[in-house]
Write a protein that binds this ligand. Sequence first.
Ligand code: FEO
Length: 394
Amino acid sequence: MGQEIKDGIYWVGVNDRRNDLFESYWPIPDGISYNSYLIKDEKTTLIDGAKGGFTEEFLGKVESLTEVEELDYVIVNHMEPDHTGVFPELRRINPDLTFVGTEKTRELLESFYGITQGIEVVESNDALDLGSHTLEFVETPFVHWPETMMTYLPEEEILFSGDGFGTYGALDGGLFDDQLDVEKYYDEAVRYLSNIVGAYSATLQGALAKLQELNTEIIAPTHGPIWRENPEEIVELYDKYSSGGAVPGITIVHGSMYGFTEKVTEQVARGARSTGLQDLKVLDASRWHPSYLLSAAWKRRGLIVGSPTYESRAFPPISNFLEVAEKKKLKERIAGIFGSYGWGGGSAREIEETAETLDWDLVSSPVEFNGQPSKDQLENGFELGRKVAEAIED
Ligand code: FEO
């Protein structure tokens, strides 16, 4: 059943608790929601859709409120198939419905689904009159893809924000922030932001500036809770973590095949703590998916990476983390590097390359050691941790 969120406005989204990986890559142990909204008015309108595997459930919710044949518009804030997989079926049932989106959306509707007719292209400041509701469009490119826009409903001061202000986590029996364990969703919002939209932090900041001009009572994203009690909290979170506002903590991401590197990890961690540092997270890259490594590193200003050498480069789980960090633009950390080798080195060099690419500020040259770390090398590890901890407080 669709659930009313305001007079004449309904949530018709679905919870995905059956897929382990979002985008077939990012773990979602608590699931995810694909939020969609239906407005009943003179013109009956859907805002965003759902993933293809959920078509039957999605259509059931829509049909609890209206016949699909009665739909006039589908507002397309974002074309990623987690929100558009149901579109071919909507169009098949109702050939007369009109998809509304940006020029780029028009191109993607054709390349994804062969939809070329019944498309209305809109730009920022365009509006659509539904009867007693008006929809105003704000282009927000690259939150998350280039075609992205947000849709504002001024009569109710609701912003339908697409992926912006979204989180991982299915909706556990409620729809709104005041009905749910909100702290869990805030944690997942940082992981979602770092994994999905954080690479576009600059454009996200641009979108936030545009949205400041709107009076927003409710933020209704495509993933996670609808923010009505404290919409400013999720806006602040997104603002903070897309503007280099990481907290003064340290993430240590390390790998170790036989324990030599791990001995130095322990010293690095102790050195960091010796300064009184409270926020320290140590993560073994062999045991944590890059989603979590990235999220932890996104949250904290300090980052220390340690790796054994493997075929003249870094250990594969560390290389994997570095690649994801580069793709997602984990920039401007205060950083340290340590690495071991058996004969020729290479691990530290690979981490240094990423540090240079991402403008990480290294507190010293890498702490490298051959085989078992000596007493001096363990002390160097301790010093490395201490220096990064002191640098993040400056
Ligand atoms: Fe939720 Fe970028 O799709």
